[in-house]
Design a protein around this ligand. Structure first.
Ligand code: ADP
Ligand code: ADP
Length: 220
């Protein structure tokens, strides 16, 4: 489903160049749940952002569902990203000025879906994460665990094939973290491919495979 070949990425700040990723080869099959682990600064977020087409590599090839992206324009890449991936982040990234239901509808708004259909799909997504009763609340009226479940509903409302999660439980206590993990496992069992960055070995044990990164390289 995802194939990265010889991916490298540098960041240039002032006169310092950082090699964030160095010759990464990685394949993720449909239906897998892969965890990415490694010390802070080793390149995990960069790798996840490249897989999710949020960022482009300096060199190497990316193949998504058999399509090589090399010659894709920015707008073709954006379209493929929106069709293929859902994202969740450590800090939730909900819009605090919008009610929960409106947050979940956002990706569908960008797709120009009619309002009634948007509302129905957003309600269904919130029902799956057990938050129908909080639909009219604002994000800051919810616990961290509930906010992350809203973010999961928003990520999944457009029915992406692949969910990318960057330390999804990093800001949550262990009980809320466990609730979020059980939502992710349920999604994976229902067929969604998941790639998750985590620092938590216990969480990673729930996945099918652990990929370890050190200094921009895959070491295991
Ligand atoms: P991790 O997610 O494992 O903590 P990152 O992928 O965030 O690691 O970062 C990998 C390396 O790239 C680090 O050395 C980091 O400081 C550097 N880096 C990440 N993003 C940027 C950026 N936007 N500009 C400059 N350097 C960056
Ligand atoms: P942190 O670990 O500091 O909380 P996040 O996990 O929130 O960081 O974000 C990880 C990366 O994804 C960052 O480089 C951020 O700029 C990027 N990012 C966050 N939200 C979005 C978004 N909605 N769309 C695109 N990129 C995003």
């Amino acid at each position: 489903m995802i194939k990265l070949s010889a991916i490298s990425k540098n960041y240039q700040t002032d006169k310092v160049q950082t090699r964030a990723l160095d010759n990464i080869n990685l394949q993720v099959r449909a239906g897998e749940f892969v965890s990415i682990m490694g010390p802070s600064g080793c390149g995990k977020s960069t790798l996840l952002n490249i897989i999710g087409l949020l960022d482009r590599p300096a060199s190497g090839q990316i193949e998504i569902n058999g399509q090589l992206l090399g010659k894709y324009s920015d707008s073709q890449v954006a379209k493929l990203r929106n069709q293929t991936f859902g994202f969740i982040f450590q800090s939730f990234h909900l819009i605090n000025e919008l009610r929960v239901i409106d947050n979940v509808e956002l990706p569908l708004l960008y797709r120009k879906m009619p309002a009634a259909e948007r509302r129905a799909k957003a309600k269904a997504a919130l029902e799956k994460v057990g938050l129908t009763a909080r639909m009219e609340h604002f994000p800051n009226q919810l616990s961290g665990g509930q906010q992350q479940r809203v973010a999961i509903a928003r990520a999944m409302v457009g029915e992406p094939q692949i969910l990318l999660a960057d330390e999804p439980t990093g800001n949550l206590d262990s009980q809320m973290g466990a609730e979020v993990m059980s939502q992710l496992l349920a999604l994976n069992q229902a067929g969604t491919t998941i790639v998750m960055v985590t620092h938590n070995e216990q969480e990673a044990k729930h996945s099918n495979r652990i990929v370890r990164v050190f200094d921009g390289q895959l070491v295991q």
